[in-house]
Write a protein that binds this ligand. Structure first.
Ligand SMILES: [Zn+2]
Length: 353
């Protein structure tokens, strides 16, 4: 069926049209206005309306480049339905390399917000009304917080069949069936009945090529799942992701300097040593031990740690973790750029494999 005109931020977008629009946010004291830029690709054919948002935490940058690369995909010209892409939601935080807004609030804890609230509450409310409530599905892109790194992973409430299908089509080795945090976009979208998944990969303030490639591939996979793009004819047989329903952080038993011994995606065997904390001014050394069998899906990058600091984020499984480890390995191999000097470069400047 032919789609109808789509209205967003006071603009009307006709079927088959692609537009970039600016939604005004609260002005600054210096009279500068701050806009949230939204890219809309409105297909000729009716279909799902998918929003893809990045940098709700202003210092989480992988998603910004995922959306930039996504918008260059020629296949989106034939999209069924509508793509609403917001490369930078937290504009203030993006400019200042900050997770937060100038009022010190975390935008992802400020939903649903209100039109009369503080800056964070107003932005959350604008985002909810102008974007989320006009969409049928959503993908929110994140990285780990500053000084931490995340193995690419999907976090979602898999009790919904639609959410589960979206999560699986992202084709990552790690999916976490996770509870929703109060005030998060995920909660607000869930309350509005809009299935949403969260992609977490890499660290704040850094680009990670594998995380960016995996994010782009995952989003295209979700679009195929939702019928916005045609399914692949000759589908590569990839093993379905194994879902973890339980994760926990292993914390520092003492203050000191940490040498991590297990990489992201590495195996944590019950009782094995994940890292060693040494006293920088003395001779004492303490071992950080894995409490259960699992895999490392998040890690601190700071060597200086205080007692109680979160060091290793482990995901646990009902089955042996070796199957997940195999998937992590083939995932890395597939998406790792080949930096050998004679490899031809793609338009992004990365060697073609
Ligand atoms: Zn985040």
């Amino acid at each position: 069926m032919r789609s109808k005109p789509f209205e967003i931020g006071g603009h009307v977008i006709q079927p088959g049209e692609q537009k970039t629009i600016d939604i005004p946010l609260a002005a600054m004291a210096t009279h500068n206005t701050i806009d949230m830029t939204v890219h809309v690709i409105h297909g000729k054919q009716e279909g799902p309306r998918l929003f893809i948002s990045a940098a709700i935490h202003g210092d989480e940058l992988n998603g910004v480049d995922i959306i930039r690369r996504m918008l260059k995909q020629k296949q989106l010209k034939r999209i069924k339905g509508t793509i609403i892409a917001i490369p930078v939601v937290n504009v203030h935080g993006f400019i200042t390399h900050s997770r937060y807004l100038p009022d010190g609030r975390d935008l992802n804890r400020s939903f649903p917000g209100s039109s009369k609230g503080s800056l964070a509450g107003r932005m959350a409310n604008t985002f909810l009304k102008e974007i989320v409530q006009k969409c049928t599905h959503g993908i929110d892109l994140h990285t780990a917080a500053r000084h931490r790194d995340n193995l690419p992973q999907i976090r979602a409430d898999l009790s919904s069949e639609v959410v589960k299908a979206m999560a699986l089509k992202f084709e990552l080795p790690v999916i976490i069936d996770s509870k929703i945090r109060d005030g998060s976009l995920r909660q607000a979208a869930g309350d509005a009945g809009i299935p949403i998944i969260l992609y977490e990969a890499g660290e704040a303030l850094r680009f990670n090529e594998v995380a960016i490639r995996a994010g782009l591939r995952g989003i295209i996979g979700v679009m195929r799942e939702l019928g916005m793009l045609p399914s692949l004819k000759k589908k590569e047989v990839s093993k379905p992701s194994i879902v973890s329903t339980n994760t926990s952080w292993v914390r520092a038993p003492y203050s000191g300097i940490l040498r991590a011994l297990v990489p992201l995606g590495g195996k944590a065997e019950k009782g094995s040593i994940l890292g060693v904390i040494a006293d920088p001014l003395g001779e004492n050394e303490y071992q950080v031990v894995a409490p259960e069998d699992g895999i490392v899906i998040g890690r601190t990058n700071l060597p200086l740690v205080y007692e109680g600091d979160a060091l290793f984020h482990l995901a646990y499984y009902h089955q042996k973790v070796d199957a997940v480890l195999d998937q992590v390995e083939s995932f890395q191999e597939k998406l790792e750029p080949d930096y050998s000097m004679n490899a031809p470069l793609d338009p992004e400047g990365f060697p073609i494999q």
